[in-house]
Ligand binder design. Structure first.
Ligand code: F3S
Length: 286
C-alpha cells in the first residue's frame, strides 16, 4: 500500500503557539489554579494532555475558582466574555491566534463605522461567536451563498470569513452579495480576505490526494471545523473518505481493493496522530 501524507497537515502556526503557551502556563501554575476556558484547540487528546499538565478545562466561567489563571483558547472569546474574565480579576493568558484577533479588529472597526457585517462561517463555532461578539448588533452570520437571499442589505456592507472557510465558497458568497448590493443605491461593499493561508494549503493538498488515491483518512477532532471541512472536500471527490479522531478508528475494510491511501489532518491534529495513522495503515494492510 502506497501511503501519501498531505503537505501542511497537522498543527498550524496558531495552534502550535497556543498549545506551547498553554503548556508552559499549566506546568508553571500552582495545582488547581490554572483553567482552560473552552478547549484550547478542538482535539480531545490535546485537551486531555493539557489537563494532565494542570490546566482544568471548563466551558463555564462560573466554574473557575477565584484568583485563577485563565487560558483563553486559540479560537478567541467575545468581548463580553473577556470583560467578565477581567471583572472577576482572573489572570488571563490569551492564546487567541493572531489571525483571528485581526478579524476581531476588522469587525470592531466596521461596527464603529456603522457597516453591516456579514460573517461567513459556522455560527456554532467559537471563532465565529467571538467575531460576532465584536460585530455586535451589526453582525449576521451566513454559511453558504443561498443564505445571501435572506439578508436585507443596507448601504454599507463589510464581509469577513472564518479563518478556515473554503476559498471557492467564500468567493461565491462575495459575488452574490455584490450582485445583490447593486439593487441598493450608492451601496459600498468592503471585502476582507480573512481565510488563513494554512487552510488553503491543507485543503488543496487533501483534494489533490483524494483525486489520486483509493481511500482517504482524515484525522482530527470530530468537533474541529477545519477537519470536518477537509472531510467534506475529500468526500466530494472520493466516496471512500473517512474521518476518525485517532488511528484506532481506522478500519481494515476501507482499504480493500485500494493500491494507495492518503492521510490528512486539520490544523488541530498533532503530528503524532498523523504518524500513528500511517503506522496503523501499514500494520493493517501489511
Ligand atoms: Fe490561526 Fe490559521 Fe491556525 S487562523 S489557528 S494559523 S489555521
Amino acid at each position: 500500500m502506497k501511503i501519501y501524507t498531505a503537505k501542511g497537515a497537522g498543527f498550524c502556526f496558531g495552534v502550535k503557539r497556543a498549545v506551547d503557551m498553554a503548556y508552559k502556563c499549566a506546568l508553571k501554575g500552582e495545582k488547581g489554579s490554572v483553567y482552560s476556558y473552552h478547549e484550547i484547540i478542538h482535539n480531545p487528546q490535546e485537551v486531555k494532555r493539557l489537563e494532565a499538565a494542570g490546566a482544568r478545562h471548563v466551558e463555564n466561567i462560573n466554574e473557575i475558582g477565584s484568583g485563577a489563571t485563565v487560558i483563553v483558547s486559540t479560537h478567541g472569546v467575545t468581548p463580553a466574555e473577556e470583560r467578565e474574565l477581567k471583572d472577576r480579576q482572573f489572570k488571563i493568558l490569551d492564546t487567541t491566534c493572531p489571525y483571528v484577533k485581526k478579524i476581531h479588529l476588522i469587525a470592531e472597526k466596521l461596527a464603529k463605522e456603522d457597516f453591516q457585517i456579514i460573517i461567513v462561517g459556522d455560527i456554532d463555532h467559537l471563532e465565529v461567536r467571538g467575531i460576532l461578539g465584536c460585530a455586535g448588533r451589526h453582525g449576521a452570520v451566513i454559511s453558504c451563498a443561498k443564505d445571501v437571499n435572506r439578508l436585507k442589505l443596507g448601504r454599507k456592507i463589510g464581509i469577513v470569513s472564518q479563518t478556515t472557510q473554503n476559498e471557492k465558497e467564500y468567493r461565491e458568497i462575495i459575488c452574490r452579495v455584490i450582485e445583490k448590493a447593486f439593487s441598493v443605491r450608492q451601496a459600498e461593499v468592503r471585502v476582507f480576505n480573512t481565510i488563513c493561508d494554512a487552510t488553503g494549503l491543507r485543503q488543496d493538498e487533501t483534494v489533490r490526494l483524494a483525486g489520486k488515491t483509493g481511500v482517504m483518512i482524515i484525522i482530527g477532532g470530530i468537533n474541529s471545523a477545519n477537519t470536518k471541512r477537509l472531510y467534506k472536500l475529500s468526500r466530494k471527490i472520493l466516496k471512500n473518505t473517512h474521518h476518525v479522531e485517532d488511528a484506532a478508528g481506522i478500519k481494515k475494510a476501507w482499504f480493500k481493493g485500494c493500491k494507495s491511501a492518503g492521510v490528512s489532518g486539520g490544523a488541530s491534529t498533532p503530528d503524532a496522530a498523523i504518524e500513528a495513522a500511517v503506522r496503523r495503515i501499514k500494520d493493517i494492510t501489511g
